[in-house]
Design a protein. Sequence first.
Lengths: 225, 225
Amino acid sequence: MDVLRRAWAIVWKDLLIEARTKQSFNAMVFFAALVLFIFSFALGPDTELLRRVSGGLLWVGIAFTGILSLSRTYQSEETSGGIEGLRMYPGDVRAIFLGKLLGNVVLLLSVEAVLFPAAAILFQIEMWPHALELAGIALLGTVGFSIVGTFYAALTVNLRAREVMLPLLLFPALVPVLLGAVNATTLVVVGDVMQDTGIWLRLLSAFDVIFFVICIWIFPIALEE
Amino acid sequence: MSVSAKSKPAALLGLVALAVLLAGSVVGLFVVPADAAQGDVQRLMYVHVPAAWLAFLSFFVVFLMSVLYLIQRDLRWDRVAASSAEIGVVFTVLTLALGSMWGKPTWGVWWTWDPRLTTTAIMLAIYVGYLAIRSFADDPEKRARWAAIVGIIGFANVPIVYLSVIWWRTLHQPPSSPRSVAPEILWTLMLNLAAFTLVYIYLMMRRIRLARLEGKLEERVAYHG
């Protein structure tokens, strides 16, 4: 329970900074909307086509936007050795991972809360009848994305050229999450005749569980000095 | 000279590997009859399958050595892991290239989203990331630790990627499955598998020695400035 309390302290600190400055949220929403726009321009004004590929566009937008916030996960600790301070607190350093993970999930989900309705309008998708399913897919996908992302962000935080290294490490690892989230979203949007959505939800859940266990287990090694 | 004395077993093994490789090529190209359905193109299998086997073997060794390094923190294991990763990447590229050459006359395309093909490509991306993070780290201990983590997570991800790509494809088309093979084809394949494995051991001996020398040089440069 102590770990959870520590993790919560980190979440609270980061979200409070974010709520007061909104430096990440505003930029992320704007960037994500731009990605959707650029894809719409690239694929032409064919609404039927855009609707069919909307799941892919949404999650490419989320992945690109997520990378932006992930690479800043430990930014508030970078100046004046804050990360050393965190590490030297008594107790399990895994609390840092839990806290940062939760913070990333909340931030990314709040961006998606704007992005999904925006996509519904842009691509003329009926989202309200499927709101619950889409929220579930978004949650599972975002958690999977953030688990590996928060972990690799910690690994690359002291690296030169980390702007290159984070996506280089992260995107291949995220293939199952992207496949699961894109296919589930597309099936919900265009109609799931074969009842295949369940497979993708199971894949996402399995990925989340497996990588949560691996990442939280070796996180202390990643954070060593 | 101690250097030449040390490399004597390696040189001998290299000769043996070369001999078996030559024998395997001669048998594969001239002795075994061509496949009834595919013709001479099928002979590519005698190098394609061994190359793929070596790629997987290499990455499995990377995984084992990564775990061993994190437990014992002995840079010797890191050198073995790094050497194996390099060889693995080379043979993954070779596997993809050979598969592509086989795919063009057989499937009519250079590339298709076959689960095995796609997974191999993603595996390549994962281990290029592994080599990249190594090249960005200056401190040998940090480099070894970061690389070991990537080596473990990357390996854990390969089966999940494979499964997700199978699901992604099978919802559209059945995956290609291996047919039963004639005994002489199987024997030729075994011969070539043995040849490639010998080549792997030979390359590993050479590469590990090089890594050891590189480590010594790095130490000397760090010490003398």
